[in-house]
Design a protein around this ligand. Structure first.
Ligand SMILES: [Mn+2]
Length: 340
């Protein structure tokens, strides 16, 4: 079998997001080291990072970038990555070369999936010859993040190539077509007050598997219209919410044979217990005035969302808000650490 390790929303950071203790940076590092050990022990041919490798858009210390380079350099197999909203500045994908994620691409420790990639691997458990009958041919199709990605389900479909179009293995039949995406893909039938893309609205024709990040909660593994959608949630628990209080941290591993697929859940034993990762709010006695209540209510109206991400807040603000105002709001909220 060809094994693929999937790592969602790492959110590596030098300082803890709001609501997290100073344990946060080491928690991420510990889990990444454990993920690498899985890649070694299970001889994963691929590790897929589904976006948001970094948490902060700015002020990432060189030492941490160096640490990430060293980690990934000693990580076996091909490491394929797409970019998430947290990896980008306001200039979108054009900002990649100047972002920490761009440094990882330039260092050659991560491969940026920018267009469809075709790979071929020999399943050595069957035959160690490069016999077409025993090889597994994969089409990888990326959906890197951009601001309007959740506006159209077609952004998450793919155009299946029946055969490898060029190169050494030209003419080989594609066994698996895999989408790798960063977007708000949700289970069918569940409404949210912001832009989402329910799985059953995505054109799944020709698509076997969709591995996606962006939702930080555990969406699970779902077969919808002939495609298996999988997202076990973010590695980085950036928000102190109910979901993260109770999440059992694990990674997804996909095993592919020529005609069969298995989805395994790998436990992350190194994940810090929630009781140590999150700050508990101590009650404080403050006189709450009428105007304070009014102010809080108005903020609540904007941010009372099931998932309080910055994107969700902005989507709720609607199209009527001036872009410059939105950017300033992003800036303020980002500085305040409110950017799950
Ligand atoms: Mn994220």
């Amino acid at each position: 079998m060809i094994r693929i390790l999937v790592v969602n929303d790492v959110h590596l950071a030098a300082s803890p997001p709001m609501g997290c203790t100073s344990l946060y940076p080491d928690d991420i590092k510990n889990m990444l080291v454990e993920a690498r050990q899985y890649a070694r022990d299970n001889e994963c041919a691929y590790t897929v990072f589904t976006g948001d490798f970094w948490h902060s858009k700015r002020n990432v210390p060189h030492g941490l970038v160096r640490w990430a380079i060293d980690l990934l350099q000693d990580w076996p197999g091909r490491k394929l990555a797409i970019v998430g909203n947290h990896d980008l500045s306001f200039n979108g994908q054009a900002s990649v070369p100047s972002q920490p994620i761009g440094v990882l691409f330039q260092a050659g420790v991560l491969e940026w999936l920018q267009e469809d990639l075709f790979t071929i691997d020999c399943d050595e458990e069957i035959n160690d010859e490069d016999d077409p009958r025993d090889t597994v041919c994969i089409q990888w199709s990326p959906a890197n993040y951009r601001d309007d990605i959740d506006h159209n389900p077609w952004n998450f479909g793919l155009e299946r190539a029946e055969i490898i179009p060029s190169g050494e293995f030209k003419g080989r039949k594609i066994d698996w077509a895999i989408k790798v995406a960063h977007g708000t893909i949700t289970v069918p039938g569940k409404p949210y007050p912001f832009h989402i893309v329910p799985m059953d609205t995505i054109p799944t024709e020709g698509m076997d598997i969709c591995l996606f990040g962006h939702p930080h909660f555990d969406v699970g593994i779902h077969d919808v219209n002939g495609c298996t959608f999988a997202c076990l949630g973010s590695l980085g628990r950036t928000q102190h919410n109910d979901e993260n209080e109770h999440r059992v941290m694990r990674l997804l591993q996909v095993q592919l044979g020529k005609n069969e697929v298995f989805f395994d859940e790998l436990p992350l034993g190194s994940a810090a217990p929630a009781s140590e990762l999150f700050l508990t709010k101590a009650g404080v006695d403050v006189e709450v005035t009428k105007s304070m209540r009014r102010f809080v209510r108005s903020i609540e109206e904007v941010i009372s969302l099931e998932e309080g991400s910055l994107d969700a807040v902005l989507a709720k603000l609607g199209d009527g808000v001036d872009d410059r105002a939105k950017r300033r709001l992003i800036d303020y909220l980002d500085k305040a650490g409110f950017n799950g």
